[in-house]
Design a protein around this ligand. Structure first.
Ligand SMILES: NC(=O)c1ccc[n+]([C@@H]2O[C@H](COP(=O)([O-])OP(=O)(O)OC[C@H]3O[C@@H](n4cnc5c(N)ncnc54)[C@H](OP(=O)(O)O)[C@@H]3O)[C@@H](O)[C@H]2O)c1
Length: 320
């Protein structure tokens, strides 16, 4: 496994981050026993960066990970997320909500610290000053090591960064946003901002939730358990332009004699980002590991990128 320094922090993380959204009881997910096998396999391969959220399977993902990592905790970098719209009167980034959520996450994960605590879901009318102060307290009390932002647009990253830096003298360390070969909207402003300020960029859904795995074909029904039970998938992908990009990825994968999913993951790795991978089967981890060795040529990168057309911003479960 290759490791890298996470942005400006002193964390040393594997170049792949294992995502925890697919651990739970929903039909498209790995059940708790299979999830533990996936986590064990990832750790055996040297993956030391594991991501989850309190929202995933209503806390079950955190609980599964907490059980699976006991004995390895100090060797790992664990991120989880809090925040979200509770109702029309309570916003999820308020002090009371975040304090309650981090306490539950620590309990679920069976740990007394979280390496990276992400704000998960942004929406209008958040008072960033209060949120920045709360997160600063998490860091000074040792509950969290660093702060991450997820599903933030460029101006929101810049605004939060500025408030946090000027008020608390702390900067966000990482952004986890939606990015893959068929959704590259962060190239406009989020990624340049991160690069300028030493913030790590760690995209989720590098295989487009499986759309870029080769199992979906244009013109056929394309239904899988995940498309049927994970509604944002059909909203995010499956346009004609997405299939054009998929054609290019399939062509390169065929020429190289490798899996389509490996090529899609390699695309994100070749951009220098730290992808958050989703695995529903242990064998996917082996495929994903092989992607680390794929160095794409300039011509191959251009072939993947040239058929991309700008997308409207997709509003996901996380609000942006
Ligand atoms: N911050 C946020 O709001 C947010 C949102 C989404 C995700 N995330 C994070 O990102 C992680 C990954 O998200 P994701 O599941 O959408 O990522 P992904 O890696 O793009 O997609 C994973 C899916 O791709 C397919 N796949 C993966 N490896 C494969 C392989 N080797 N061969 C064939 N198919 C393969 C599987 O589909 P099948 O199961 O259908 O076979 C799998 O469920 C999550 O677990 C979570 O930690 C964060």
């Amino acid at each position: 496994m290759e490791y890298t320094k996470l942005g400006y922090t002193d964390l040393r993380v594997s170049k792949l981050c294992l995502g925890g959204m697919s651990f739970g009881k929903a039909k498209w997910m790995a059940d708790p026993e299979a999830s533990k096998k996936i986590i064990k396999k990832a750790i055996d391969f040297g993956i030391n960066f594991i991501d989850t959220a309190n929202l995933y399977s209503s806390g079950d993902s955190e609980k599964i990970i907490g059980e699976a990592i006991s004995g390895y905790r100090n060797e790992l970098v664990i991120s989880t997320k809090g925040g979200g719209k509770i109702n029309d009167f309570t916003q999820g980034f308020s002090r009371t909500v975040l304090l309650n959520e981090i306490r539950n996450s620590l309990k679920n994960l069976r740990t007394d610290y979280i390496d990276i605590y992400f704000l998960h879901t942004i929406f209008d009318s958040v008072d960033f000053r209060d949120t920045a102060r709360t997160l600063s307290n998490f860091i000074s009390s040792g509950k969290a090591g660093y702060v991450g932002l997820s599903n933030f647009t460029g101006y929101q990253v810049a605004e939060f960064y500025t408030v946090m830096d000027m008020q608390e003298n702390i900067r966000p360390a990482i952004v986890q946003n939606h990015y893959n070969a068929v959704y590259r909207e962060d190239e406009r402003d989020v990624i340049p901002f991160c690069e300028k300020h030493g913030i790590a960029y760690s995209p989720f859904s590098p295989i487009a939730a499986g759309f870029l795995s080769g199992k979906y074909k244009k013109g056929s029904e394309n239904e899988t358990t995940r498309t049927k039970t994970y509604p944002v998938m059909k909203e995010r992908y499956f346009s004609d332009a997405d299939f054009d990009v998929l054609d290019s990825i399939e062509e390169i994968a065929k020429n190289r004699g490798i899996n389509v999913s490996q090529l899609a993951l390699a695309y994100v790795l070749n951009k220098g980002f730290i992808p958050v991978i989703g695995a529903t089967k242990p064998e996917y981890i082996e495929d994903d590991m092989a992607a680390l060795d794929i160095k794409l040529s300039k011509e191959e990168m251009e072939l993947i990128e040239k058929r991309y057309i700008p997308h409207r911003i997709v509003k996901g479960t996380a609000g942006y």
